[in-house]
Design a protein around this ligand. Structure first.
Ligand SMILES: Nc1nc2c(c(=O)[nH]1)N[C@H]1C(S)=C(S)[C@@H](COP(=O)(O)O)O[C@H]1N2
Ligand SMILES: [Mo]
Length: 236
C-alpha cells in the first residue's frame, strides 16, 4: 500500500485499537486476500512470532506518517547530523555514509498492529561503524533518532543498537529507500516492532539515558521486542 495512513499504528493492545483490529481480522477471514498469508502460516515457517500474530493481518507494507506530506530528500543539501555525547560530532552526506563499511541483511518486519513483511532486504551501515566515526564518550548510553518528519523520534540504548541486525539503512529490496519508506535513511531494528524504525532520520544524538519515543509517550513499550512487549500475552 502506498498511501498515507491517517491513523498510523494503533496497536491491538489498547481498547480502541483492539476493536478496530478484530474488525479487520473478521474482514480478512472472509476475504480472498487472506488466503496467501494463511497458507504461509499453515506451512509452518519458523518465526519468533506465535501464530496468532503471524497470521493476524494480510502481509504487505502500510505506509505510515504522523505528519504528512512526507519529508522530501534533496541529495544536494541533505546531511545526517550525529552529535551529543561524542568526541567528534559531524554531519554526513549520503555519499559519506555509503563510504562506511556496508552491511546487508534479510529480515522480517513486524508492525505492532499485526501486519508483517517477510524477507525484507536492507543495505546500510551498522551502528558500531557509524559510531566509530564520531567516538561516543564514556557517558553515552543511548541514541536518539530524530526524523525530518516533525515530532517523530525514537531511541535505542547503545546495547540495543549493537544487536547484529540493527542498522541505519539506505537501501531496501535492492534499491535506494523510497520517499514513503523514509528516504534516504531509516532505522532498521527487526527484533523490535516497527514503530522503533524511525523513517527520514535526520539526526542521531548520543545521550546519557534512554527516554520515551513518539509512540512510547502514547502508551507503547520502550523495549518493543517482537512477541514479548505491548501486552502481547494478553492476546489478540
Ligand atoms: N517518521 C516516521 N517514522 C515511522 C513512522 C511514522 O509515522 N513516522 N511509523 C512507524 C511505524 S508504526 C511503522 S510500523 C513503520 C512502517 O514503515 P513503512 O511506513 O515503511 O511501512 O514506520 C515507522 N517509522
Ligand atoms: Mo507500526
Amino acid at each position: 500500500m502506498s498511501t498515507p495512513d491517517p491513523a498510523p499504528d494503533r496497536p491491538g493492545g489498547r481498547p480502541v485499537g483492539r476493536r478496530a483490529f478484530l474488525g479487520i481480522v473478521g474482514l480478512g477471514l472472509s476475504s480472498l486476500v487472506w488466503g496467501d498469508s494463511a497458507t504461509r502460516w499453515l506451512s509452518g515457517a519458523a518465526d519468533v512470532l506465535p501464530s496468532s500474530v503471524r497470521s493476524a493481518l494480510p502481509s504487505g507494507w502500510r505506509i505510515y506518517a504522523i505528519n504528512p506530506p512526507y519529508p522530501r530528500f534533496d541529495p544536494a543539501t541533505w546531511t545526517l547530523e550525529v552529535d551529543g555525547l561524542v568526541d567528534r560530532p559531524r554531519s554526513f552526506t549520503l555519499a559519506e555514509l555509503q563510504a562506511l563499511p556496508r552491511a546487508d541483511q534479510t529480515s522480517d518486519f513486524h508492525c505492532v498492529t499485526g501486519w508483517s513483511v517477510d524477507d525484507v532486504r536492507w543495505g546500510g551501515v551498522r551502528f558500531k561503524d557509524l559510531l566509530a566515526a564520531v567516538g561516543p564518550t564514556s557517558a553515552a548510553a543511548a541514541l536518539s533518532f530524530v526524523s525530518a518528519e516533525e515530532d517523530y523520534f525514537d531511541m535505542l540504548t547503545l546495547e540495543q543498537a549493537s544487536v547484529d541486525d540493527a542498522m541505519l539503512a539506505y537501501e531496501m529490496d535492492g534499491a535506494p529507500i523510497t520517499r514513503p519508506h523514509g528516504a534516504p535513511v531509516r532505522l532498521v531494528m527487526p527484533q523490535m516492532y516497527g514503530y522503533k524504525g524511525v523513517k527520514w532520520v535526520q539526526r542521531i544524538t548520543l545521550v546519557d539515558r534512554i527516554e520515551d519515543g513518539y509512540w512510547e509517550g502514547r502508551g507503547y513499550d520502550r523495549d518493543a521486542w517482537v512477541g514479548r512487549s505491548n501486552d502481547f500475552t494478553k492476546g489478540l
